[in-house]
Each structure stands twice: as C-alpha cells, then as structure tokens.
Design a protein around this ligand. Structure first.
Ligand code: GDP
Ligand code: MG
Length: 164
C-alpha cells in the first residue's frame, strides 16, 4: 500500500507551506468533520515514480506554550501511530527551541524513521549559522529547505525515500 509521511512541528514553522509545495494541486482529502478541530489534511505526491501519502498535522488552536506542547505531543503520537516516516519541521530563524527537543525525543523513542527539515533556509548555498544547532537534536543530517521557494524539497523526499 502507499507509504504515509506525516509532517509535524510547531505552529508557524511552515508545515502547511511545505505540504502544499510537496503535493502541488493534488490535495485529496480534507478532514473537516463539523465540530471537530481540523487537525490533519491528507494529500499525495510522487517522487521517483513512487506514490507517497502526506499528512499535514497542523491544528487550529490559540497559541500558548502549554497548548503548543499538547498539540505537538498529539501530532507526534498521530505520526508514530500512522506514518511510515515522520518529517519534523523546524525554523532556522528560531534555531532549536525546547518544543523541538521534546518532540524530537518522542519521535526518537518511538524508533520510527524521522527526517529533520530545517525550513526557511531561503538563501541559496551556505546555510545560516543557526542551521548547525539542529545536528544537536540527534535526528541525523538536517535537510536545508525553503518551502516558499521550493528549494531542498527534492533532497527532503530523497531522504524520506531511503526509509521506504
Ligand atoms: P505552519 O503553522 O507550520 O503550517 O506554518 P505555515 O505553512 O502556515 O507558515 C507560517 C508562516 O511562515 C507563513 O507566513 C509562511 O509564508 C512562512 N513560511 C513558510 N515557509 C517558509 C520559508 O521557507 N521561508 C520563509 N521565509 N517563510 C516561510
Ligand atoms: Mg499549518
């Protein structure tokens, strides 16, 4: 069956922008059951003739530290339960923050494959200095991505496919 990749990360790191870049126009299912917080959207993309289902796990909730943490735990649990590979999205402008560390630990403990996306690396070439902090998350080689420009998404999918 089609492998599933879940995109997780804090609000505003660019999960939905990345998701939209990856799927292009091929958004297939929107989970908008009335009365239920829409906390996942499914789409499909293809890489090297391989079909991949992608889940964007952004909830729509007010931002406060404890709500974000709760939401991230839920995202990570969803990803661990349903995805073959999880993409943890982070923001190079913010550097590594505590919630990144927390969710990285949860994913690592699950033993499931994780690809670390360092988003908002908008300049071509050498990554910004904060990029190197992301090696400390212990999730392997961070992938430099700019979701708005669409750069690095191929490298990201290449890394994802190594686990499929
Ligand atoms: P989400 O909450 O994680 O789903 O984040 P969104 O995809 O909604 O993006 C949050 C904000 O970050 C928006 O203003 C995006 O335009 C911006 N953003 C997303 N990706 C990038 C990127 O690669 N570079 C820059 N500079 N901004 C980005
Ligand atoms: Mg979103």
């Amino acid at each position: 069956s089609t492998p599933i990749v879940a995109i997780v990360g804090r609000p505003n790191v660019g999960k939905s922008t990345l998701f939209n870049k990856l799927i292009g126009e091929r958004l297939s299912i929107v989970d908008d059951t009335p009365g239920v917080t829409r906390d996942r959207i499914y789409g499909e993309c293809e890489w090297n003739n391989r079909k991949i289902r992608i889940i964007d796990t952004g909830g729509i909730e007010p931002y406060s530290d404890d709500v974000i943490l709760k939401q991230m735990r839920r995202q990570a649990e969803l990803a661990i339960d349903t995805a073959d590979v999880t993409v943890l999205v982070t923001d190079v402008c913010d550097g590594v923050v505590a919630t990144d560390e927390e969710v990285a630990q949860m994913l690592q403990k699950s033993g499931k494959p994780v690809v670390l996306c360092v988003n908002k690396c908008d300049q071509i070439g050498e990554p910004p200095a904060q990029f190197y902090e992301f090696y400390n998350l212990g999730l392997g080689e961070p992938i430099q991505v700019s979701s708005v420009h669409g750069t690095g998404t191929g490298d990201l999918l290449e890394e994802v496919c190594k686990f499929l």
